[in-house]
Design a protein around this ligand. Structure first.
Ligand code: T4K
Length: 403
């Protein structure tokens, strides 16, 4: 147990964990069931190209999202690109900067211009009023992100999009199984995109999906993810190869089987973190609205260096020395990355402030109550003795880690 600053591994104490404790450990589910599914695919010698497992996966994702159509893809980045093509987007696309770079990169790769807009600090998602102010004659779509699974202001964003006659597609990479205004994420805007990357609440090794109630859009995405084939092997429009394999779908289905249990464990972990970290001045555990359904997949804390005397980066460094592999999700904001900053400099105060403060801590079914207690001991010692930790760290790394 860490009680004093001298107990911390950065200052010579033993690491709290022998093995790394990661953020984003995969929800693998029942391995035997996974191998059964893979064996079934091998027995039937059908490995990809819209096979039965991918179709079953699509049906189950559509049910969970409460929509009529789901097209599975090889990852969410390609799914976003397929949507952009299928909807004939052009010019500018408004999106948050506080997101994984995939959101911006997906569109930029197609020659579209990401226009970064600030968040509402209450939701950490796009602020609809600022979105409206950012619309220009070149804007073709808004792509909000349900960050960490916390829902966007869906009604207000729908109104802004409708008032200006532009498309609304959600990056719902984090949002599987969550609700907004009591409705499942998946059914908002013209379409939404899920990610089934290994680190997501449901994984297909790598995978993604476009979900929508728009039949024509779904058909177009389905054709485009398969070389633009309509019927037979005739390409009737531009297309790529964005298909999900049967092995990926086997993993996706098995992971989906374990979804409810994973969420239960995530929620219990969230409650444990909240009670262990309660009362630490300058530390906030990012809240979920209990009136909505949440997947609790990301456990985010916000560190106020002015109060704790410790910058988020220093806390990250301290935890990593203890073998707790945290993630700065999502820092820096995309607009602060040289690629984007040099092209289109903007100032986004709420994004910049939060990007300096947030840290994802390990959660998921493989993280035990005892793990959480130990992680929280480290956090508490570090933040409650913040000035001492920062001074001692500065002696070792005279640098940028101080607030
Ligand atoms: N939109 C949003 C809002 C997103 O967050 C993402 C992806 C996308 C779009 C695009 O979705 P995809 O095209 O990927 O489907 C990871 C994921 O690679 C990325 O998919 C995800 N968001 C992002 C939030 O997290 P990194 O760069 O943090 O990955 P990495 O390899 O550093 O892994 C993070 C942690 O996960 C490690 O500490 C270890 C653990 N891990 C990772 C892998 C790959 C495992 O335990 N097992 C594994 O197999 O991006």
């Amino acid at each position: 147990m860490k009680r004093n600053v001298g107990d911390l591994a950065v200052f010579g104490g033993p690491s709290a964990f022998l093995q790394p404790l990661h953020v984003g450990r995969p929800n693998v589910g029942d391995r035997a069931r996974f191998f059964d599914r893979v064996n079934w695919a091998l027995d039937h010698q059908w490995l990809t190209n819209g096979g039965p497992l991918a179709r079953e996966f699509e049906q189950r994702v559509a049910e969970l999202a409460g929509v009529r159509y789901c097209v599975s893809t090889c990852n969410a980045t390609v799914a976003l690109q397929l949507l952009a093509r299928a909807a004939d987007l052009s010019g500018e696309v408004i999106m948050p900067s506080l997101t994984f770079p995939a959101t911006a990169q997906a569109f930029r790769w197609l020659g579209l211009t990401p226009v970064f807009c600030d968040i509402d600090p209450a939701t950490s998602c796009l602020d609809p009023a600022l979105v409206e102010a950012a619309i220009t004659p070149r804007t073709s779509a808004i792509v909000p992100v349900h960050l960490w699974g916390r829902p966007c202001a869906v009604d207000q964003l729908a109104k802004v999009a409708a008032d200006h006659g532009i498309k609304l597609f959600y990056d719902a990479a984090h949002g599987l199984g969550c609700t907004a205004e009591g409705q499942p994420i998946g059914g908002f805007g013209q379409a939404e995109v899920f990610s089934f990357h290994a680190t997501k609440v449901v994984n297909a090794f790598e995978g993604g999906a476009v979900v929508t109630d728009d039949e024509e859009l779904a058909q177009r995405v389905r054709a485009m993810h398969n070389f633009g084939f309509a019927q037979g092997r005739v390409s009737t429009e531009a297309g790529t190869n964005g298909k999900m394999t049967e092995a990926a779908a086997a993993m996706g289905l098995t992971s989906l089987d374990a979804f409810e249990e994973t969420v239960r464990r995530n929620e219990a972990n969230y409650d444990d973190y909240r009670s262990e970290l309660a009362g630490i001045a300058g530390l906030k555990v990012m809240e979920f609205n209990r009136a909505e359904r949440n997947n609790y997949h990301y456990l985010i804390v916000e560190v106020d260096a002015a109060v704790t005397g410790v910058h988020r980066d220093l806390l990250d460094w301290v935890l990593r020395a203890e073998n707790v592999v945290c993630q700065r999700y999502f820092s820096p904001g995309c607009h602060e990355m040289e690629l984007y900053r040099s092209e289109r400099p903007v100032t986004l105060p709420h994004t910049e402030r939060l990007a300096q403060r947030v840290l994802a801590l390990p959660t998921g079914p493989t993280v035990s109550r005892e793990d959480i207690r130990r992680v929280c001991d480290i956090v508490r010692v570090t933040l409650e003795r913040g000035h001492e930790v920062t001074c001692r760290a500065d002696e070792r790394v005279p640098s940028t880690l101080a607030p």
